[in-house]
Design a binder for this molecule. Structure first.
Ligand code: PGA
Ligand code: ZN
Length: 414
Protein backbone atom coordinates (compact mmCIF):
# COMPACT_ATOMS: atom_id res chain seq x y z
CA UNK A 1 0.00 0.00 0.00
CA UNK A 2 2.32 2.70 -1.27
CA UNK A 3 1.64 6.37 -0.52
CA UNK A 4 0.87 8.07 -3.83
CA UNK A 5 -0.36 11.52 -2.83
CA UNK A 6 0.00 13.81 0.17
CA UNK A 7 -1.84 17.12 0.13
CA UNK A 8 -2.28 19.71 2.89
CA UNK A 9 -4.67 22.65 3.12
CA UNK A 10 -5.61 25.30 5.65
CA UNK A 11 -9.07 24.93 7.26
CA UNK A 12 -10.57 26.49 10.40
CA UNK A 13 -11.11 25.01 13.85
CA UNK A 14 -13.92 25.40 16.39
CA UNK A 15 -12.51 28.72 17.62
CA UNK A 16 -12.28 30.18 14.12
CA UNK A 17 -8.51 29.73 14.05
CA UNK A 18 -6.78 28.19 11.04
CA UNK A 19 -5.51 24.65 11.29
CA UNK A 20 -4.03 22.12 8.93
CA UNK A 21 -5.85 19.29 7.18
CA UNK A 22 -4.03 16.56 5.25
CA UNK A 23 -5.29 14.13 2.59
CA UNK A 24 -3.28 10.99 1.84
CA UNK A 25 -4.00 8.57 -1.02
CA UNK A 26 -2.45 5.15 -1.51
CA UNK A 27 -1.91 3.31 -4.78
CA UNK A 28 -4.63 0.78 -4.04
CA UNK A 29 -7.36 3.35 -3.59
CA UNK A 30 -6.89 4.01 0.13
CA UNK A 31 -7.73 7.48 1.41
CA UNK A 32 -7.16 9.18 4.76
CA UNK A 33 -8.04 12.71 5.85
CA UNK A 34 -7.11 14.18 9.23
CA UNK A 35 -6.70 17.58 10.84
CA UNK A 36 -4.74 18.96 13.76
CA UNK A 37 -6.61 20.16 16.87
CA UNK A 38 -5.26 22.97 19.04
CA UNK A 39 -5.14 23.55 22.79
CA UNK A 40 -5.68 26.72 24.85
CA UNK A 41 -4.13 25.48 28.09
CA UNK A 42 -1.12 24.05 26.32
CA UNK A 43 1.61 22.32 28.28
CA UNK A 44 5.04 23.93 28.34
CA UNK A 45 6.67 20.81 26.93
CA UNK A 46 4.29 20.18 24.03
CA UNK A 47 5.31 19.89 20.37
CA UNK A 48 5.40 23.32 18.73
CA UNK A 49 2.44 24.57 16.68
CA UNK A 50 3.85 26.36 13.68
CA UNK A 51 1.98 29.66 13.09
CA UNK A 52 2.73 32.20 10.35
CA UNK A 53 2.57 35.46 12.33
CA UNK A 54 1.80 38.69 10.47
CA UNK A 55 -1.64 40.20 9.88
CA UNK A 56 -3.39 37.20 8.32
CA UNK A 57 -5.78 35.56 10.84
CA UNK A 58 -4.15 37.69 13.57
CA UNK A 59 -0.91 35.81 13.08
CA UNK A 60 -2.48 32.35 13.43
CA UNK A 61 -2.26 31.25 9.78
CA UNK A 62 -0.71 27.85 9.12
CA UNK A 63 0.43 28.30 5.50
CA UNK A 64 4.02 27.56 6.47
CA UNK A 65 2.98 24.24 8.01
CA UNK A 66 0.91 23.52 4.88
CA UNK A 67 3.94 24.22 2.72
CA UNK A 68 6.09 21.96 4.90
CA UNK A 69 3.72 19.09 4.18
CA UNK A 70 3.32 19.81 0.47
CA UNK A 71 6.99 20.54 -0.25
CA UNK A 72 9.01 18.58 2.34
CA UNK A 73 7.09 15.79 4.09
CA UNK A 74 4.99 14.76 1.07
CA UNK A 75 7.93 14.20 -1.30
CA UNK A 76 9.85 12.39 1.47
CA UNK A 77 7.12 9.84 2.20
CA UNK A 78 5.93 9.49 -1.41
CA UNK A 79 6.20 5.83 -2.47
CA UNK A 80 6.75 4.63 1.11
CA UNK A 81 4.43 1.93 2.43
CA UNK A 82 1.63 3.50 4.52
CA UNK A 83 1.98 0.61 6.92
CA UNK A 84 3.78 0.09 9.27
CA UNK A 85 2.92 3.48 10.71
CA UNK A 86 6.23 3.53 12.64
CA UNK A 87 8.24 3.89 9.44
CA UNK A 88 6.30 6.90 8.17
CA UNK A 89 6.41 8.55 11.61
CA UNK A 90 10.12 7.82 11.95
CA UNK A 91 10.78 9.44 8.59
CA UNK A 92 9.07 12.64 9.78
CA UNK A 93 10.89 12.59 13.13
CA UNK A 94 14.20 12.41 11.26
CA UNK A 95 13.22 15.04 8.70
CA UNK A 96 12.31 17.42 11.51
CA UNK A 97 15.29 16.57 13.68
CA UNK A 98 14.24 18.68 16.69
CA UNK A 99 12.92 17.51 20.06
CA UNK A 100 9.71 19.52 19.87
CA UNK A 101 8.98 19.38 16.10
CA UNK A 102 9.65 23.08 15.78
CA UNK A 103 11.18 22.82 12.32
CA UNK A 104 8.30 21.26 10.40
CA UNK A 105 5.64 22.06 13.02
CA UNK A 106 3.94 19.58 15.35
CA UNK A 107 0.65 20.55 13.69
CA UNK A 108 1.97 19.58 10.22
CA UNK A 109 3.50 16.31 11.42
CA UNK A 110 0.49 15.17 13.46
CA UNK A 111 -1.99 15.73 10.62
CA UNK A 112 0.16 13.61 8.29
CA UNK A 113 0.62 10.91 10.94
CA UNK A 114 -3.12 10.57 11.59
CA UNK A 115 -4.08 10.81 7.90
CA UNK A 116 -1.57 8.06 7.11
CA UNK A 117 -3.04 5.68 9.69
CA UNK A 118 -6.50 6.32 8.25
CA UNK A 119 -5.22 5.76 4.71
CA UNK A 120 -3.65 2.44 5.73
CA UNK A 121 -6.95 1.25 7.27
CA UNK A 122 -8.85 2.45 4.22
CA UNK A 123 -6.51 0.61 1.88
CA UNK A 124 -7.44 -2.60 3.69
CA UNK A 125 -11.10 -1.49 3.45
CA UNK A 126 -11.34 -1.57 7.22
CA UNK A 127 -12.65 0.93 9.74
CA UNK A 128 -9.77 2.48 11.65
CA UNK A 129 -10.75 1.08 15.08
CA UNK A 130 -11.02 -2.38 13.52
CA UNK A 131 -7.71 -2.06 11.65
CA UNK A 132 -6.11 -1.28 15.02
CA UNK A 133 -7.77 -4.29 16.66
CA UNK A 134 -10.24 -2.51 18.95
CA UNK A 135 -12.89 -4.47 20.82
CA UNK A 136 -14.36 -2.27 23.57
CA UNK A 137 -15.95 1.14 23.94
CA UNK A 138 -14.31 3.70 26.25
CA UNK A 139 -16.09 5.44 29.13
CA UNK A 140 -16.74 9.07 28.11
CA UNK A 141 -15.72 11.96 30.37
CA UNK A 142 -18.09 14.81 29.44
CA UNK A 143 -17.14 18.33 30.42
CA UNK A 144 -20.43 20.05 31.33
CA UNK A 145 -19.24 23.13 33.23
CA UNK A 146 -16.34 25.10 31.74
CA UNK A 147 -13.99 27.40 33.63
CA UNK A 148 -10.33 28.41 33.57
CA UNK A 149 -8.99 29.34 30.15
CA UNK A 150 -12.05 27.83 28.40
CA UNK A 151 -14.65 30.26 29.73
CA UNK A 152 -15.20 33.87 30.77
CA UNK A 153 -16.30 33.17 34.36
CA UNK A 154 -14.46 33.15 37.69
CA UNK A 155 -13.93 29.40 38.07
CA UNK A 156 -10.26 28.49 38.56
CA UNK A 157 -10.84 24.83 37.69
CA UNK A 158 -11.04 24.37 33.93
CA UNK A 159 -13.35 21.37 33.56
CA UNK A 160 -16.15 19.78 35.57
CA UNK A 161 -17.10 16.48 33.99
CA UNK A 162 -19.63 13.69 34.40
CA UNK A 163 -18.37 10.11 34.13
CA UNK A 164 -21.08 7.54 33.36
CA UNK A 165 -18.78 4.74 34.43
CA UNK A 166 -21.24 2.15 35.61
CA UNK A 167 -23.93 2.17 32.95
CA UNK A 168 -24.46 -1.00 30.94
CA UNK A 169 -22.86 0.35 27.81
CA UNK A 170 -21.47 3.43 26.05
CA UNK A 171 -24.80 4.51 24.54
CA UNK A 172 -26.54 4.33 27.94
CA UNK A 173 -23.69 6.36 29.40
CA UNK A 174 -24.03 9.02 26.73
CA UNK A 175 -27.78 9.15 27.27
CA UNK A 176 -27.29 9.61 31.04
CA UNK A 177 -24.82 12.43 30.39
CA UNK A 178 -27.25 14.19 28.02
CA UNK A 179 -30.09 13.96 30.54
CA UNK A 180 -27.84 15.36 33.27
CA UNK A 181 -26.67 18.13 30.91
CA UNK A 182 -30.28 19.20 30.24
CA UNK A 183 -31.25 19.10 33.93
CA UNK A 184 -28.16 21.11 34.76
CA UNK A 185 -29.14 23.66 32.12
CA UNK A 186 -32.54 24.28 33.76
CA UNK A 187 -31.03 24.44 37.21
CA UNK A 188 -28.41 26.99 36.16
CA UNK A 189 -30.95 29.21 34.40
CA UNK A 190 -33.11 29.25 37.55
CA UNK A 191 -30.22 30.16 39.80
CA UNK A 192 -27.92 32.28 37.64
CA UNK A 193 -30.22 33.58 34.90
CA UNK A 194 -30.24 33.05 31.16
CA UNK A 195 -26.61 33.98 30.57
CA UNK A 196 -25.64 30.71 32.24
CA UNK A 197 -26.84 28.93 29.10
CA UNK A 198 -23.78 30.29 27.32
CA UNK A 199 -21.26 27.57 26.66
CA UNK A 200 -17.46 27.54 26.76
CA UNK A 201 -14.95 26.22 24.25
CA UNK A 202 -15.78 22.58 24.97
CA UNK A 203 -19.56 22.97 25.03
CA UNK A 204 -19.99 22.97 28.81
CA UNK A 205 -22.04 25.74 30.41
CA UNK A 206 -20.10 28.77 31.55
CA UNK A 207 -22.27 30.21 34.35
CA UNK A 208 -21.12 33.25 36.32
CA UNK A 209 -19.67 31.19 39.17
CA UNK A 210 -16.45 31.74 41.05
CA UNK A 211 -16.25 28.82 43.49
CA UNK A 212 -15.66 25.15 42.64
CA UNK A 213 -18.33 24.09 45.13
CA UNK A 214 -21.00 25.97 43.15
CA UNK A 215 -20.21 23.90 40.06
CA UNK A 216 -19.95 20.65 42.02
CA UNK A 217 -23.24 21.28 43.85
CA UNK A 218 -25.08 21.97 40.60
CA UNK A 219 -23.67 18.86 38.92
CA UNK A 220 -24.13 16.46 41.84
CA UNK A 221 -27.72 17.66 42.31
CA UNK A 222 -28.41 17.14 38.60
CA UNK A 223 -26.97 13.61 38.73
CA UNK A 224 -29.19 12.82 41.70
CA UNK A 225 -32.33 14.34 40.19
CA UNK A 226 -31.85 12.25 37.07
CA UNK A 227 -31.57 9.12 39.21
CA UNK A 228 -27.95 8.30 38.34
CA UNK A 229 -26.30 8.70 41.76
CA UNK A 230 -24.84 5.23 41.90
CA UNK A 231 -23.67 4.96 38.32
CA UNK A 232 -22.39 8.39 37.31
CA UNK A 233 -19.47 10.13 39.02
CA UNK A 234 -17.74 13.48 38.66
CA UNK A 235 -14.36 14.29 37.14
CA UNK A 236 -12.37 17.51 37.24
CA UNK A 237 -9.49 18.85 35.18
CA UNK A 238 -7.94 21.56 37.35
CA UNK A 239 -5.37 22.47 34.66
CA UNK A 240 -3.59 23.98 37.66
CA UNK A 241 -0.78 25.61 35.65
CA UNK A 242 -3.35 28.20 34.60
CA UNK A 243 -3.95 29.42 38.18
CA UNK A 244 -0.41 28.92 39.46
CA UNK A 245 1.64 32.03 40.24
CA UNK A 246 5.29 31.45 39.53
CA UNK A 247 6.59 34.43 41.53
CA UNK A 248 5.68 32.87 44.88
CA UNK A 249 4.54 29.35 43.96
CA UNK A 250 0.94 29.91 45.06
CA UNK A 251 -2.34 28.85 43.51
CA UNK A 252 -5.35 31.15 43.11
CA UNK A 253 -8.39 29.15 44.19
CA UNK A 254 -11.84 30.38 45.21
CA UNK A 255 -10.56 33.90 45.87
CA UNK A 256 -7.51 32.87 47.92
CA UNK A 257 -3.84 32.25 47.24
CA UNK A 258 -2.96 28.75 48.49
CA UNK A 259 0.32 26.96 49.11
CA UNK A 260 0.72 23.53 47.49
CA UNK A 261 -0.14 21.72 50.73
CA UNK A 262 -3.21 23.86 51.27
CA UNK A 263 -4.39 23.17 47.71
CA UNK A 264 -3.96 19.42 48.25
CA UNK A 265 -6.03 19.66 51.44
CA UNK A 266 -8.60 21.71 49.56
CA UNK A 267 -9.01 18.89 47.00
CA UNK A 268 -9.19 16.41 49.89
CA UNK A 269 -12.17 18.36 51.26
CA UNK A 270 -13.93 18.21 47.89
CA UNK A 271 -13.33 14.46 47.67
CA UNK A 272 -15.15 14.00 50.97
CA UNK A 273 -18.14 16.04 49.89
CA UNK A 274 -18.72 14.99 46.29
CA UNK A 275 -18.72 11.73 44.29
CA UNK A 276 -15.46 12.54 42.50
CA UNK A 277 -13.91 9.70 40.46
CA UNK A 278 -11.05 11.50 38.74
CA UNK A 279 -8.84 14.61 39.00
CA UNK A 280 -6.52 15.78 36.22
CA UNK A 281 -3.55 18.13 36.64
CA UNK A 282 -4.24 19.07 40.28
CA UNK A 283 -0.88 20.90 40.46
CA UNK A 284 1.26 22.86 38.02
CA UNK A 285 3.05 21.10 35.19
CA UNK A 286 6.59 20.91 36.61
CA UNK A 287 5.67 19.66 40.08
CA UNK A 288 6.33 15.91 39.85
CA UNK A 289 6.93 15.81 43.64
CA UNK A 290 3.60 17.47 44.36
CA UNK A 291 1.82 15.07 42.01
CA UNK A 292 3.51 12.16 43.81
CA UNK A 293 2.35 13.48 47.18
CA UNK A 294 -1.17 13.93 45.81
CA UNK A 295 -1.22 10.43 44.29
CA UNK A 296 0.13 8.87 47.48
CA UNK A 297 -2.68 10.56 49.43
CA UNK A 298 -5.63 10.01 47.12
CA UNK A 299 -4.51 7.61 44.38
CA UNK A 300 -6.17 4.60 45.97
CA UNK A 301 -9.50 6.44 46.04
CA UNK A 302 -9.56 8.34 42.76
CA UNK A 303 -7.98 8.44 39.33
CA UNK A 304 -5.10 10.96 39.14
CA UNK A 305 -4.56 12.00 35.53
CA UNK A 306 -1.41 13.60 34.14
CA UNK A 307 -1.91 15.90 31.14
CA UNK A 308 0.27 19.04 31.10
CA UNK A 309 2.61 17.20 33.49
CA UNK A 310 3.62 14.57 30.94
CA UNK A 311 2.33 15.93 27.57
CA UNK A 312 2.10 12.43 26.01
CA UNK A 313 5.90 12.36 26.07
CA UNK A 314 7.44 8.92 26.74
CA UNK A 315 10.34 10.34 28.79
CA UNK A 316 8.06 12.38 31.02
CA UNK A 317 5.62 9.46 31.39
CA UNK A 318 8.57 7.26 32.42
CA UNK A 319 9.52 9.83 35.05
CA UNK A 320 5.91 9.94 36.31
CA UNK A 321 5.92 6.13 36.54
CA UNK A 322 9.17 6.13 38.53
CA UNK A 323 7.95 8.86 40.86
CA UNK A 324 4.41 7.43 41.16
CA UNK A 325 3.18 10.89 40.19
CA UNK A 326 -0.14 9.79 38.63
CA UNK A 327 -2.17 6.67 37.94
CA UNK A 328 -3.61 7.62 34.54
CA UNK A 329 -2.28 9.20 31.36
CA UNK A 330 -4.12 11.78 29.28
CA UNK A 331 -3.23 11.06 25.67
CA UNK A 332 -3.28 13.83 23.08
CA UNK A 333 -1.48 12.86 19.88
CA UNK A 334 -0.79 16.48 18.95
CA UNK A 335 1.14 17.08 22.19
CA UNK A 336 3.92 14.84 20.91
CA UNK A 337 3.32 14.91 17.15
CA UNK A 338 3.03 11.33 15.90
CA UNK A 339 0.73 8.38 16.55
CA UNK A 340 3.78 6.15 17.09
CA UNK A 341 5.24 8.33 19.85
CA UNK A 342 1.83 8.70 21.52
CA UNK A 343 1.40 4.92 21.52
CA UNK A 344 4.84 4.52 23.05
CA UNK A 345 3.86 6.88 25.89
CA UNK A 346 0.62 4.91 26.36
CA UNK A 347 2.52 1.61 26.45
CA UNK A 348 4.77 2.82 29.25
CA UNK A 349 1.73 3.95 31.22
CA UNK A 350 -0.22 0.72 30.62
CA UNK A 351 2.79 -1.44 31.53
CA UNK A 352 2.89 0.39 34.85
CA UNK A 353 -0.78 -0.42 35.44
CA UNK A 354 -2.08 3.03 34.58
CA UNK A 355 -5.30 3.94 32.76
CA UNK A 356 -5.23 5.77 29.43
CA UNK A 357 -7.68 8.59 28.65
CA UNK A 358 -7.67 9.63 24.98
CA UNK A 359 -8.47 13.32 24.67
CA UNK A 360 -9.65 16.03 22.29
CA UNK A 361 -8.33 19.62 22.50
CA UNK A 362 -10.34 22.74 23.27
CA UNK A 363 -9.83 23.83 19.65
CA UNK A 364 -11.16 20.97 17.52
CA UNK A 365 -12.39 20.08 14.04
CA UNK A 366 -15.04 17.60 12.91
CA UNK A 367 -12.36 14.91 12.61
CA UNK A 368 -13.36 11.79 14.58
CA UNK A 369 -9.89 10.24 14.63
CA UNK A 370 -9.75 10.11 18.45
CA UNK A 371 -12.91 7.98 18.66
CA UNK A 372 -11.35 5.25 16.55
CA UNK A 373 -8.01 5.72 18.27
CA UNK A 374 -9.49 5.24 21.74
CA UNK A 375 -11.26 2.02 20.72
CA UNK A 376 -8.32 0.84 18.61
CA UNK A 377 -5.79 1.34 21.41
CA UNK A 378 -8.04 -0.23 24.02
CA UNK A 379 -8.05 3.01 26.03
CA UNK A 380 -10.60 2.72 28.82
CA UNK A 381 -11.72 6.36 28.60
CA UNK A 382 -12.24 9.26 26.20
CA UNK A 383 -12.59 12.96 26.93
CA UNK A 384 -14.38 14.97 24.26
CA UNK A 385 -16.22 17.80 25.94
CA UNK A 386 -19.95 18.27 26.46
CA UNK A 387 -22.67 16.52 24.47
CA UNK A 388 -22.97 19.80 22.55
CA UNK A 389 -21.15 21.67 19.73
CA UNK A 390 -20.71 19.68 16.53
CA UNK A 391 -16.97 19.16 16.84
CA UNK A 392 -17.59 17.43 20.21
CA UNK A 393 -20.73 15.45 19.27
CA UNK A 394 -18.98 14.18 16.11
CA UNK A 395 -16.69 12.09 18.35
CA UNK A 396 -19.49 10.71 20.54
CA UNK A 397 -21.68 9.97 17.52
CA UNK A 398 -18.82 8.11 15.87
CA UNK A 399 -18.56 5.96 19.01
CA UNK A 400 -22.30 5.19 18.81
CA UNK A 401 -21.73 3.85 15.29
CA UNK A 402 -18.74 1.82 16.46
CA UNK A 403 -20.86 0.37 19.28
CA UNK A 404 -23.40 -0.74 16.67
CA UNK A 405 -20.68 -2.83 15.02
CA UNK A 406 -18.83 -4.08 18.11
CA UNK A 407 -21.81 -4.68 20.35
CA UNK A 408 -22.22 -3.25 23.83
CA UNK A 409 -18.76 -4.04 25.17
CA UNK A 410 -18.00 -1.26 27.63
CA UNK A 411 -14.79 -0.60 29.55
CA UNK A 412 -14.80 -1.05 33.30
CA UNK A 413 -12.71 1.11 35.57
CA UNK A 414 -14.69 2.09 38.65
P1 PGA B 1 -6.55 22.37 25.95
O1 PGA B 1 -7.23 21.79 27.26
O2 PGA B 1 -6.96 21.55 24.80
O3 PGA B 1 -7.06 23.79 25.91
O4 PGA B 1 -5.07 22.34 26.19
C1 PGA B 1 -7.64 20.48 27.41
C2 PGA B 1 -7.10 19.88 28.66
O5 PGA B 1 -6.41 20.55 29.45
O6 PGA B 1 -7.31 18.69 28.91
ZN1 ZN C 1 -6.04 18.83 30.89
Amino acid sequence: MKIKSVFAREIIDSRGNPTIEVDIKTESGGFGRASSPSGASRGLHEAVELRDGGPRFHGKGVLKAVENVNKIIGPAIYDMEASPQEDVDQMMIELDGTKNKEKLGGNAVVAVSMANLKAAASTRKMALYDFMGGEKLPIPLLNIINGGKHAGNGLSIQEFMVIPAKTECFSDGLRAACEIYKTLNEKLVKKYGRTSRNVGDEGGFAPPMSRSSEALDAISESIEECGYSRIVGIGMDAAASSFYRESDGKYFMDGNYLERGQLIDYYGGLLEQYPIYSIEDPLFEEDFEGFAEFTEKFGNKIQVVGDDLVVTNAERVQKAVEMKAMNALLLKVNQIGTVTEARKAAQIATDAGMQVVVSHRSGETEDTFISDLAVGMGATQIKSGAPARGERTAKYNRLLRIEEKLGKHYSQVW
